[in-house]
Design a protein around this ligand. Structure first.
Ligand code: NAD
Ligand code: IPM
Ligand code: MN
Length: 351
């Protein structure tokens, strides 16, 4: 039976890179059905809210969702609940996709595109497992009190339950089992109660169910430093929502460009996965047709692997991206001159 992929292009370069992923999908899996929907600023403009119930229902009833990016200068001054980014947070929460996999893999052809030295980067292959539906992004209470001068304040709550930590840590242990067998869990247990709780909960789960995996712990600031000092020491990094967000942008640059990093957000059982580039809507280059579509195309690769039951096609697509890069295909962010669609062409040709 043919599967359904919901496309949510979003804002800025989102539609540009999703269009290329769609062309690749049409090529590689001809019987895939596509649906379209709005999210972020595009949804605000059309419906007055960044995520409609209709889009969430469509997402939950598809086999996988491929999202471009949300946000942009047009909506920055809107109230929080009317900002594009809220639509993305609501979608992740609504789909209950709590485990966000962000692979930082350096294609051999791109070792010299990184700002780090070749020997530091060559062979880099890290998986970041970021908790995606809780932590300081969602913790209550939170608030913004204006109009009381220097006593005005803004705050949120960094909160994790044991169940939330255990379910994402289990995913990290499983991922590590299929890779190098080590999980590095990251928090700030030296200063944060939620960080101490995170460390103790991960340690107890490891004792109970994860002894076949090596576990170590790092403070998030030290991890940020180690990621540029000696990134190849890492196999699987487990982090909460905020630290995972920051460390994955950092890891993206190790691979040559943030335009290369895909992600998969997974839930439990038959929940459809949410696939999106790690990069944002890149307002500075939107509309010029020069964005790198690789992160979106590699997000499709992850969808084939994790939601669409097409691991062989995923392998073929991954190889095709590598082959196109080997042949010298490069968008501007990688030091080349190809347009977004020419990069798509190069990958389709390699397929
Ligand atoms: P960004 O990732 O959009 O851009 C950062 C820099 O990287 C820019 O110079 C941009 O041109 C470049 N870049 C990003 N993707 C690229 C690509 N595919 N090819 C070539 N260059 C690329 O981050 P930002 O500027 O901090 O945020 C812009 C907007 O995007 C904000 O509204 C932010 O909230 C939003 N955002 C959305 C997502 C998402 O939808 N998942 C992720 C991050 C940021
Ligand atoms: C990401 C983005 C999002 C996040 C924003 C746009 C809500 O930065 O996916 O990395 O912070 O999770
Ligand atoms: Mn981010």
């Amino acid at each position: 039976m043919s599967k359904t992929l919901l496309l949510l292009p979003g804002d800025g370069i989102g539609p540009e890179v999703v269009a290329e992923a769609r062309r690749v999908a049409e090529q590689i899996i001809p019987d895939l059905k596509f649906e379209d929907g709005l999210i972020g600023g595009a949804s605000i403009d059309a419906h007055g809210e960044p995520l409609t119930v209709d889009t969430l229902v469509k997402a939950k009833s598809s086999d996988a969702v491929l999202l471009g990016a949300v946000g942009g200068p047009k909506w920055v001054d809107a109230e929080r609940h009317l900002r594009p980014e809220m639509g993305l947070l609501q979608l992740r929460k609504g789909m209950d996709v709590f485990a966000n996999l962000r692979p930082a893999f350096c294609f051999p052809a791109l070792v010299d595109a990184s700002s780090l030295k070749r020997e530091i980067i060559e062979g880099l292959d890290i998986m970041i497992v970021r908790e995606l539906t809780s932590g300081v992004y969602f913790g209550e209470p939170r608030g913004y009190e204006r109009g009381i001068g220097d006593n005005s304040f803004g705050y949120e709550t960094s909160r994790y339950t044991a169940g939330e930590i255990k379910r994402v840590a289990r995913v990290a242990f499983d991922i590590a089992r299929g890779r190098g067998g080590e999980v590095c869990s990251v928090e700030k247990s030296n200063v944060m109660e939620s960080g101490l709780f995170w460390r103790e909960t991960v340690t107890a789960l490891h004792e109970a169910e994860g002894k076949d995996v090596r576990l170590r712990h790092l403070y998030a600031d030290a991890c940020a430093m180690e990621l540029v000092r000696q990134p190849k020491q890492f196999d699987t990094i487990l982090a909460g929502n905020l630290f995972g967000d920051i460390l994955s942008d950092e890891a993206a640059m190790l691979t040559g460009s943030i335009g290369m990093l895909p992600s998969a957000s997974l839930g439990i059982g038959g929940v459809p996965g949410l696939y999106e580039p790690v990069h944002g809507s890149a307002p500075d280059i939107a509309g010029q047709g020069i964005a790198n579509p690789c992160a979106a195309i590699l997000s499709l690769e992850m969808a084939l692997r994790w939601s669409l039951g097409e691991a062989d096609l995923a392998d073929q697509l991954f190889a095709a991206v590598g082959k196109a890069l080997d042949a010298g295909a490069r968008t501007q962010d990688l030091g080349g001159s190809l347009s977004t669609s020419e990069m798509g062409d190069a990958i389709i040709a390699a397929l």
